[in-house]
Design a protein around this ligand. Sequence first.
Ligand SMILES: [Zn+2]
Ligand SMILES: [Zn+2]
Length: 162
Amino acid sequence: MSVLTFHDVSLTCGHEVTNVPDTWAVGTEVMCFRGHEDSHEVGRVRIVRDRPSVAEVRTRTIDTEDGDARYRVDGYGGIAFYVYRVPDVWVPYTYLEVDEDGDEYLVTSDDGDWLPDTDGTRVLVVMVGDDTEHEVDVSDLYPITDDDYCAGCGQIGCRAYG
Ligand SMILES: [Zn+2]
Ligand SMILES: [Zn+2]
């Protein structure tokens, strides 16, 4: 894993949807289940009178190996983060065993190694100005620029460090 691309859209109803399939283009009709003034509930189903469509598509590119990039992380409020590394996963050793009939089968050992999970979509991120690691999904990262956050406290929007 290094460079991953995500698509976020604005809908004609005014709502935003993040990490949508890349088949969604401007004009694609979609369902929106957020609250709408023109929707009403019938039993457990919400009926939306006008089906919205995609008004704008934005592409988000995340390079998980770029330690200088800064992000806002969904669910972590207005703090800037950077990607520290990918988490480690336990990879057991395997070996071939041959039984008395000559059939080979793969046996998993109790021994193994902790190796970087480069095929996953999880990353360890660290808040600017802190050293605690948080494990999050790459799709929850939103790139920000150096002007968007404070180099001192890490808060997005703070201007203490000009
Ligand atoms: Zn909507
Ligand atoms: Zn600050």
